[in-house]
Write a protein that binds this ligand. Sequence first.
Ligand code: ZN
Length: 241
Amino acid sequence: MRIVDGVYLVGGSSYNLSSGCNVYLIDTLGAGFILIDIGSEEDVEMVKANIIEEGFDPDSVSVLFLTHSHLDHSGGAALAKKTFKCKLAAHELTAEAIESGFQRSQGRLTPAYVDIKLRGGETLTFGKSKIEVFDASGHTREGGDLCYGLKVEGKSLLFTGDTAFKCDRGLMAGHPVSSWLGSRDIESIRKYLRSLENLSRAVKPDILLPGHGLLALKGGWRELQECIRIVSEYAEKISTN
Ligand SMILES: [Zn+2]
């Protein structure tokens, strides 16, 4: 499904009701296609089929960027590398999990070599696309959460993985923060909050493309503010308990 020119949704629960994450495809206009996240191993074939359905050659996927190491986002990384013959890009802490084949909170995955190791703060150019990398640690206990920014036709897009969701009627609406972070101590909630605040200072997305649930096709920055509000309320609540 086309989101804006050159950016497509090619996987996720809108397609198959699996727990798989939203998978995005970016046409770099000159250096093949980029995937943002892949889902689990079971999702890779569907992603490939959706790329073909959009009229593109799956062999022209050049890089798969991972937002974090949770298995519903990264479990299919090894199979994706084989299927698309692409490079893998991830935070160095995510790379530790992918290369060792073990995600500390969620267990085993098929190991794969991570070709491009990131820390946040990088800007990578592929064809005519510039991918901005933002460190956003807090969602994954082990660290290594990244968000990716991209400008298309004057619009700012932000791929947020599980760091920020569409809030007003989406995944976070009415949900306590604990439902997607698990029970956490106040320090780690504060770390997550700081990441969201830094993110909203660094980028003002028009379109927010999360790892699950609805896409925020308008008012992306407002959704980010709403995430900050929800997480600060939660931090306040557990610090006074
Ligand atoms: Zn996650």
